[in-house]
Design a protein around this ligand. Sequence first.
Ligand SMILES: [Ca+2]
Ligand SMILES: [Ca+2]
Length: 284
Amino acid sequence: MKPYKYLIALLCLAAAATASAHISYTGRNFGSFTGSGLETLTLGSNAVTGDYGWASGTDANLGDTHKLRAYTFTLQNAAIVSLTFQGYTYGSVTNALALPAFSLYSGLAHVAPAALDHDVSAISTAYNNAILGTTNWDGSFDALGNWKIGSDGGSTFADLSSFTYIGNAADGTSANYGSSPATSGYALDASNNVVSFATDTIHGDGLADGVVSGTWTLSAGTYSVFVGGGQYFGTNNAGANTTSTYGVQGSISVSSVPEPSTWALLGLSVVITGLLVRRKAGNS
Ligand SMILES: [Ca+2]
Ligand SMILES: [Ca+2]
């Protein structure tokens, strides 16, 4: 290959690396886990734009996925999954994400070579307008409930990617992530009528130290995790840093779900211990 061809290849790579406008899992796929034994993995060197992206998704007008990063993993069997995200610096990314927060969903966005999902594709725009009113939204992302988003290849609502909410975890307290998240989300039913659903609350870890974790028992399937800044600035995001880049590192730990026999043994040992304690107490 001639030197200039290397340069062109490098420029193409650089363009791909900075083309973060659409939802992508590139560099953020934790992979597939068997759910037997203990499997762990850390993915460093990721960055998110803005310090408020996740928190914006907790309010009624949803959030802009451009301000979040998407991770994915697949479980071949049921497993206990712990996810940890922490502010992190590397290379030219000198801002560590101060208040990381994330939400976990079952489901996957469209992946290349299909057209990738984004908030202002025609079908995303039509959907968001339908559930929230024309232009009355920051984006498609719901940090506390189910949501949908589509690509430029989508023409009907059936083409939207669906994320089914499982849980969230946020660094710090309500002084960081706000005290009034949305209590309702909106969706379309099978007849395209707007229906509301109750959303979750924010699960803060109580300590704003740049690290946040969550643990869930999950069935086999494919999951998406959306990570972003957990500082809430109100529904118009006034005062948020919308342009700076913040480093974040994600880790996953997958362990097996105890077998029923293991649970039975654990229960039996509790009963025996209780009996021994009672007997001891009776003897004294
Ligand atoms: Ca918002
Ligand atoms: Ca924390």
